[in-house]
Design a protein around this ligand. Structure first.
Ligand code: UGA
Length: 316
């Protein structure tokens, strides 16, 4: 691959992916609309290490801007990470924005790719939230989709839109269902970012519910690697779980964080917000077999790196 388009390049995962592609010698066109879900300064910081790279061209605009012909010229792989993320804020009036950014903008991207003489490979970011709360053993990609948040509904619909473009036109689209990604530059609304920040200030850590909910947390460079592998090896229409290969309860993560910071976290349990999945646990065998995906970074090591990054950037 010589040229890639990354949508959402100033976001958490998108900025790490862009950095990795540039390191690999790929020319990157980055597009980011700075969707107003958190501080623009934090997103600019995400771009700080890549913004001046000679192989990087940045467009600060929404995907709806209809400049696709410029953006897609000569592009081999599109990594589509632009979205309005976060499960807990997707209720009420916000829902139409989620529909706009997660479904409608994706369909515009697919139409634009379809117009190319040779459509690029398209790697689309989806989410474990399409499954809702998982039951029983590990969840593979054939499990029923039962989202419990409006956000999850938009991600499921986005997948369906992609699937019909694969079936009707053979567009080479693959979808990655990330499981709660963490690490340096994690979005400020997400749990680990908030917990570390609260502990640094000596404030109580706000845990939604009883802390017994579990997640299959995934380190950000493992999610990036899944994108690279999918861009190389996936077949049109394939969908993969991208998990960290370890399910853990939130309360147990807090103990690890406390040890890393040498403090005993004070915890304030508060009523859980609607839309929160109680359990996620990924079966990643398909990604292992088809793509060679294997998570590399343990939770302890990943948390240590996130903490180091947050200490280095105290106001983010
Ligand atoms: C995250 C992302 O926000 C979604 O965009 C993404 O689609 C999803 O992962 C996914 O990968 O499936 P979530 O699992 O809710 O969603 O991630 P966190 O915000 O890190 O929350 C993890 C758990 O901590 C949740 O149970 C949440 O309720 C809890 N939490 C979060 C707290 O107890 N306190 C907080 O201050 C924040």
């Amino acid at each position: 691959m010589t040229k890639a388009l990354v949508t959402g390049c100033a976001g958490f995962i998108g900025s790490h992916l862009t950095q990795r592609l540039l390191k690999d010698g790929v020319t990157v066109i980055g597009v980011d609309g700075f969707v107003d879900n958190y501080d623009v300064a934090a997103k600019l910081r995400n771009l700080a290490e890549i913004g001046s790279h000679p192989a990087f061209t940045f467009h600060s605009t929404m995907l709806q801007a209809e400049r696709w012909n410029d953006w897609l010229d000569g592009v081999d792989v599109v990594y589509h990470l632009a979205a309005l993320p976060g499960v807990r804020n997707s209720w009420g009036k916000a829902f139409s924005e989620y529909v706009n950014h997660n479904i409608l903008a994706t369909q515009l991207l697919l139409e634009a790719c379809l117009q190319r003489p040779k459509p690029p490979v398209i790697v689309v970011s989806s989410s474990s939230s399409v499954y809702g709360t998982m039951q029983g053993t590990l969840t593979d990609e054939s499990a029923p989709l039962r989202p419990v948040s409006p956000y999850g509904v938009t991600k499921e619909a986005m997948e369906q839109v992609c699937s019909v473009y694969v079936k009707a036109y053979g567009l080479p689209i693959t979808m990655l269902r990330y499981f709660t990604v963490y690490g340096p530059r994690q979005r400020p609304d997400m749990a680990f970012h908030r917990f570390f920040r609260q502990m640094m200030k000596g404030d109580p850590v706000v845990v939604y519910g009883d802390g017994q909910q579990s997640r299959d947390f995934t380190y950000v460079t493992d999610a990036v690697e899944a994108n690279i592998l999918a861009g190389r090896h996936a077949a049109p229409g394939e969908i993969f779980n991208v998990g960290g290969n370890r399910e853990i309860k939130l309360i147990d993560v807090l103990h690890i964080m406390g040890k890393l910071m040498n403090v005993t976290p004070k915890i304030s349990f508060q009523p859980g917000p609607a839309g929160d999945s109680l359990r996620t646990c990924a079966d990643i065998r398909l990604a292992e077999q088809r793509l060679g995906y294997r998570p590399q970074v343990s939770l302890e090591e990943g948390l240590r790196r996130q903490l180091a990054d947050m200490r280095f950037h105290p106001r983010s």
